[in-house]
Every structure is written in C-alpha cells, then in structure tokens.
Design a protein around this ligand. Structure first.
Ligand code: NAX
Length: 326
C-alpha cells in the first residue's frame, strides 16, 4: 500500500466541496491505489456543516480515506499537503463592486499563499477554483515566494470540458474522440475556446464544422456564458461539473494526460505574446507529474484579438490588486 498523500480542500463545506470530497476519497483524483488524508478548511461559521460532511465521508467507509483534518486555520490546513484545491472564495454580494470583490479575495489568497509557502510540501500542486480564479491563483503564487511559481494553477478545465461537449454535439462525434482543443485566457466569459487545431479521428474539426459564424455567434458565447445559463436554470452555480473539472485537472497533472491536450491556467513564460507571469489558460500536455505548454501554435488575427481581450481583462484584475504587493 502506498503512503497516504495529504490533500487540502478549502471551502470544503460549500457546494463544490460536497461534489468533490467524495470523489477524491474514492480514488478518482489520485488513483485507486493512493490513500489520501483530507485537510478540510472552511470559515468558523461553516465548521458545523463541515462536521456533517465529514460524518457522511465516514459513512462511505472509503478504503482509501486514511484520515481527515477539519480546521478554520490555513496554517493547519496546508501542513505537509502535496495537493491543494483552493475552492473557497468570497462571492459577490449584492451591491458589491468588482474592485471590492477583487480586494476581498486578495486578502484571502494572500493569507492562503503565505500559509502554503510556510507549511505545504515543497512540491505542492495548487489548483485555484474560487473566482476570480486566475487572479486569485496569481495572488497565491506571489504570496509564496519560496515555492516554485509553476506549481500554482487556475482552473480552466471546466471551460475546456464545456467546449468539448459543444463540439461533440455539433459534430455528432463522441467527446472522447476530440483531440487538441485549446482554451486561452481567463476563466470568465472572455475565455477563448479555440478548435482550430482540434481533430476527430485525424480529421480537422474546423473543416468538419466549417462554419465561422457558428464559432463566433453560437459556440463562443455558449461556452463563455455557460455558467450563467446554469445559474438561470438551476438557481445555483455549477457545482458537480466544477468538481469534476477539478478532479480532471489534478488527475491529469499528477498521473498524466496520455498525450492529450488539456487546458490549465498557468503562469505565462512570455510565449504567444502573453506577458511573463500572467496566469493565463493555455493548452498543455501532462507527463511525469509536470505540465508542458503546447508550443508553436499559429495565432491568426481573429484568435489574436480574442486572446488580447481576455488578457486585457486579466491585466485589469491584476492592476486592481497590485498594491497588495507594494
Ligand atoms: P459555496 O458558497 O457553496 O461554498 C464556498 C465555501 O467556501 C463556503 O463553505 C464558505 O464558507 C467557504 N469560504 C469562503 N471564504 C473562505 C475562506 N477564506 N477560507 C475557507 N473557506 C472559505 O460556493 P461554491 O459553489 O462551492 O463555489 C466556490 C467557488 O468556486 C466560487 O468562488 C465560485 O465562483 C467558484 N467557481 C469556479 C469555477 C471555475 O471554473 N474556476 C466554476 C464553478 C464556480 O463558479
């Protein structure tokens, strides 16, 4: 039996947490042979609800669940963790300005980044789900100067999966047959899902679909506004699909993507004219516990425009919280 891995989940008493924890404990994230110890962080007022979730986890009698720690202290939550899923964030309340939202989350992710810096395993893999995910991931990364910046990532995988299923529906082909999809930029309606390089059984998806108007007027708005459509229909934001995307993201990062392109928000190395350090969604391939950016893709004028638009939004968000870093 392998030694247990410590996995932190923040916002553990929330709705994504409720879909996520049971799947981690059943081995769907790190493998069916990998025991886990769950470190569950939530606010003081959520500790009672968190106890209830832990009782349910116990009642599943998961063979791979080797222990649980519940806390409202990030310094305890991140002690020796090798994987950290930062799901909890400050939601926008009525009348709250975007700037105030960024500030409130800036405070949370500065503290959590520092706690990761001080307590987590040196090779901890961090995924930020809580919105604004890219900027929160950037703040956590900047607050953890002793950790490798490349270990901080933001979740674009839900956008990636949403785009895959729209393409599958349009082409009538199975989702699993789609290769080489990319999603660029911010996890927000400005993200740019790009199927120019995608293939199905070796055939170009762009040629199969052959409809630029559908791409611009149907596909991109549908993927970009999918979160809002789910809130409209369900009265609650995406939770099970978000948890599923988080599982996919960490699973592939740790265990490999089998040569498939997947999308991760990662600190830019300057390629594709995205300024260095910006937490930006790009296509990657994962192998041996590392992600590798897909290099050398040609960017046409339409794509450049879309990629710059989502970059501008990220830079605006970053400017709003830049003062936190002197
Ligand atoms: P919930 O409001 O159901 O749960 C959030 C939980 O986080 C609550 O239990 C709350 O007490 C806790 N929390 C708040 N601040 C905390 C802090 N400082 N430390 C620890 N815990 C804290 O929200 P849920 O639906 O679970 O969504 C969580 C976050 O995911 C939100 O920010 C949401 O916007 C974001 N999403 C991100 C997605 C992505 O693709 N990146 C998609 C889904 C989702 O919208």
């Amino acid at each position: 039996m392998k030694a247990p891995v410590r996995v932190a989940v923040t916002g553990a008493a929330g709705q994504i947490g409720y879909s996520l924890l049971f799947r981690i404990a059943s081995g769907e994230m790190l493998g069916k042979d990998q025991p886990v110890i769950l470190h569950l962080l939530d606010l003081p007022q959520a500790q009672t609800a968190l106890k209830g979730v832990m009782m349910e986890l116990e009642d599943c009698a998961f063979p791979l669940l080797a222990g649980m720690v519940a806390t409202d202290d990030p310094n305890v939550a991140f002690k020796d963790v090798k994987v950290a899923l930062l799901v909890g964030a400050r939601p926008r309340s009525k009348g709250m300005e975007r700037k105030d939202l960024l500030e409130a989350n800036g405070a949370i992710f500065t503290v959590q980044g520092k706690a990761l810096n001080d307590h987590a395993a040196r090779d901890v893999k961090v995924l930020v789900v809580g919105n604004p995910a890219n900027t929160n991931a950037w703040i956590a990364m900047k607050s953890a100067p002793d950790l490798d910046p490349k270990n901080f990532t933001a979740m674009l995988r839900l956008d990636h999966n949403r785009a895959l299923s729209q393409i599958a529906a349009k082409t009538g082909k199975p989702v699993a047959s789609i290769e080489k999809l990319a999603v660029w930029g911010n996890h927000s309606p400005t993200m740019y899902a790009d199927y120019r390089f995608a293939t199905i059984d070796g055939q170009s998806v762009k040629t199969l679909i052959n409809d630029d108007v559908w791409n611009r007027d149907v596909f991109l708005p549908t993927v970009g506004k999918r979160g809002a459509a789910i809130i409209e229909a369900r009265g609650l934001s995406s939770a099970a699909s978000a948890a599923n995307a988080a599982i996919d993201h960490i699973h592939d990062w740790v265990l490999g993507s089998n040569g498939k392109w997947v999308t991760m928000g990662i600190p830019s190395d300057g390629s594709y004219d995205i300024p260095e350090g910006v937490m930006y969604g790009v296509p990657v391939v994962c192998e041996n516990g590392e992600y590798k950016r897909v290099e050398g893709l040609e960017i046409d004028a339409f794509s450049r425009e879309r990629m710059d638009l989502t970059l501008a939004e990220l830079e605006e968000e970053r400017a709003a919280i830049a003062h936190l870093f002197g």
